[in-house]
Design a protein around this ligand. Sequence first.
Ligand SMILES: [Zn+2]
Length: 177
Amino acid sequence: MANEKIISIIVKVIIIWGGAIVSIAFHEIGHLAGYKICTKSAKWNIVIGTGRRFISVKKMQIHLIPLLGFFCISDDSFPKRKRDDILTTIGGPVFSLVLLFILQLLVMTFRGNNSGLSIYTYEEAATFLRNYNIYLILFSVIPMKYPPFLVRGKIDTSDGLQLLNALLKKGTFSGEG
Ligand SMILES: [Zn+2]
């Protein structure tokens, strides 16, 4: 019985923490997709989460606290055109919306179904991840500056604020939150 309880807790942590990391990674890969449409430059890297660094995989760094992510660009010549900035900026929220749609379908599919992973039903897991993605989309789309303790490198503007800046053509561009 004790073992089952430990396994349940581990499963729950993996879903909550792992799901949050994957959700942020998906958002940042959306920015990368927008960036790749605009340039062949490989001067980018992705930072997921904040706090202590957990692992580095090629151009992706994962930190322990999965609150925000950053798509960082070290190519000083980017963006050349206004549309480069706009495409790179909206790529993240567009990918997050796609993921949100998929998670909502999963929530509806699992509704009323009591089977699942130990103490966590599939419906609860899918609902948690859907809600987490709503939080992620709101925090990226609402125009704001992030508080310093969440900021990695030079990026402190949300995608919404970055998009406004791009449309008004002001400020410097070094990446996306
Ligand atoms: Zn973003």
